[in-house]
Write a protein that binds this ligand. Structure first.
Ligand SMILES: Cc1ncc(C[n+]2csc(CCOP(=O)(O)OP(=O)(O)O)c2C)c(N)n1
Length: 576
């Protein structure tokens, strides 16, 4: 290989991009999701070299919005940083919804926006916009290193920038990092262009945080643990269950906490969304303090009930999850470490009567739910029970907003199989759901989808990624956004047209167009039969299962159930 020409700008671009990617890969980047474009070429050329060396996988996706949601799913499913790359102009703006979700959910997303040289910005040059701090405070860090240079110091700085960007995206407060990368033309080297010299530096893991002095002043009285949406560390379940067994503490386990499924002691409460609708029970079970792990729970009823209860949040990163402003303490520690310490600290007086009251109330609503579902017409409750019963250990489920994840919360109960449940609950958008599902499916275990009809239609370009799906997407065809029927807008003039916005997607035709199987079911038996057919075929196969549900019947059924729970005089056994 010859030495690069000093004026070969294309080679300079490439070598600089190689140094940057080397740093990113050294800090854990394994996948780059790229959307086609010209200005990003130096990074693509560099990425091809890393791919050839087995250090990076490249995934091309046309629509940048879909690409970013795919990367989000990939990063959520793998726990590793994932990068997106796009050309200059409006391209990177399409990442914004996924960046917002990654910010709110703490997902390590690396945003590599190619740009024109700074001298062209603001002068009407083609495809040149102001990309500076495009994502505002949603990005943990923003860097614009300027045009590439090829001196050793510049290459060293590029590699350091890669290390830093990936490191910051991983924590202590995981989230998106934006690198805006201007490149001058020519974008392709004129001749041979050797790799920069290998660097000496190696990546360092984010520093471990020391456990705070939290235990010194632990509040007195009755306690409760609430586990909201989170990426739980592998050590958490064991530490949690050991701690609550020792201290007789109940644990409210959100469907996105990672603690709803798999084995757990009866301390795990899943029926809280229903049982807290019973005013007497809600008052009787009110604790003196709550220890919160993870983000704000899906259940609105739980969120409202927590309002005013002194709370402690244990979190290894920097998030301040406190929508009701009740935090008396924020404990910067790994939740598992705090729970280990709490279990042995002798600060919480076990209260078996209180625990029994929670368990009793939980059992009562679960039995009622079983009876209710057995008696009532087909709706999401039976669908969810059927689906969860058919999922195997190790599989995953991605639930769209808004009703699907709420209904999982209401109807799942404790889930026997060891499955993972995912949802874009950071910003609770109905966007990018199929693309996220495709990313999750690519990252890890076979992942099912449970979507509303609007959220499905919102991300039709995600169907281009259907090749990644390994399990069916169940689309609840209930004629639009039925969540609004549970909100005060219900019944206002123009309600159907302006809030529900009914759609009638031709799901069979869409499925056919994208080479997917389509099945239409209208009752639990139909769903069972379809799942039988799929299971016999191509290992549960991907495809669309259109579940037709009568919205009016569903609403009456849900409200009837809550009404029945609210009307019960006693959900909790007497205190001993
Ligand atoms: C990007 C985005 N746009 C709009 C909304 C507001 N929104 C929340 S739920 C919803 C309706 C969703 O309908 P569907 O997917 O059919 O699910 P359903 O609520 O009927 O279960 C809408 C429009 C949102 N959360 N995100």
């Amino acid at each position: 290989m010859s030495t690069p020409l000093p004026r070969d700008i294309g080679c300079r671009n490439l070598r600089w991009a190689l140094a940057l990617l080397d740093g990113l890969a050294a800090a854990g980047l394994r996948t780059l999701v790229l959307s086609p474009g010209s200005r990003s070429t130096p990074v693509v050329l560099a990425a091809q070299r890393l791919e050839a060396a087995g250090r990076l996988a490249l995934v091309p996706i046309l629509d940048e919005r879909s690409a970013a949601f795919f990367a989000l799913g990939l990063a959520r499913g793998s726990g590793s940083p994932v990068a997106v790359l796009a050309t200059s102009g409006s391209a990177a703006a399409h990442w914004h919804p996924a960046v917002i979700e990654a910010d709110m959910s703490g997902i390590p997303l690396l945003l590599l926006s190619a740009d024109r040289p700074p001298r062209l910005r603001g002068w009407g040059a083609n495809q040149t916009i102001d990309q500076t701090r495009l994502f505002g405070t949603a990005a943990r860090e923003f860097h614009d290193p300027g045009l590439p240079a090829d001196e050793p110091a510049a290459l060293k700085a590029a590699r350091a920038l890669g290390l830093r960007a990936a490191g910051v995206s991983l924590g202590p407060r995981p989230g998106p990092v934006h690198l805006n990368l201007p490149f001058d033309e020519p974008l392709v080297p004129a001749g041979d262009c050797p790799d920069p010299a290998p660097a000496m530096a190696t990546a360092t893991a984010p520093a471990a945080r020391a456990l705070d002095q939290a235990l010194d002043t632990w509040p007195r009285g009755r306690g409760l643990i609430v586990c909201g949406p989170m990426s739980a560390s592998p050590a958490l379940p064991e530490a949690l269950w050991r701690c609550v067994r020792t201290l007789d503490l109940p644990v409210l386990a959100d469907p996105l906490s990672g603690l709803r499924a798999g084995p757990a002691p009866e301390h795990r409460i899943t029926g809280y969304d229903a049982l807290l609708r019973n005013a007497g029970t809600a008052a009787a079970l009110r604790p003196d303090w709550v220890l919160r792990i993870g983000r704000a729970p899906v259940s609105k009823v739980l969120g409202q009930w927590l309002d005013g209860i002194p709370a402690m949040l244990v979190e290894a990163g920097g998030a301040w999850t406190d929508p009701t402003h009740d935090l008396i303490r924020r404990i910067t520690a790994e939740p598992a470490a705090l729970l280990e310490a709490l279990a042995g600290a002798g600060l919480v007086e076990p209260d078996p009567g209180r625990l029994a009251a929670w368990i009793g109330a939980d059992r009562t609503v679960r039995t009622l739910a079983d009876q209710y579902l057995a008696e009532s017409r087909w709706c999401e409750g039976q669908l969810i029970r059927t689906l969860l019963a058919r999922m195997d250990d190790g599989e995953a489920l991605h639930c769209a907003n808004s009703l699907p994840i709420r209904q999982i919360d209401t109807w799942s109960g404790p889930i026997t199989a060891r499955i993972a449940i995912h949802g874009n609950r950071g910003a609770s958008g109905i966007d990018g759901q199929l693309s996220t599902l495709a990313g999750l499916s690519q990252a890890g275990p076979p992942c099912w989808g449970l979507f509303g009809d609007l959220s499905f239609c919102h991300d039709l370009s995600g169907l281009l990624l259907a090749g990644a799906l390994k399990r069916p997407v169940i689309v609840v065809n209930n004629g639009g956004g039925r969540i609004f029927e549970y909100l005060p807008q219900h019944g206002r003039p123009g309600f159907e047209r302006l809030w529900v916005t009914p759609v009638a997607p031709a799901l069979a035709a869409l499925a056919r167009a994208f080479g997917l199987a389509h099945h239409r079911v209208a009752d639990a038996a139909g769903l069972e039969r379809t799942l039988d057919v799929l299971a016999r075929g191509n290992a549960n196969g991907a495809g669309i299962i259109e579940a037709v549900i009568d919205a009016e019947c569903s609403r009456t059924m849900h409200q009837g159930f809550w009404h029945r729970v609210a009307g019960l005089t006693r959900l909790t056994p007497e205190r001993p």
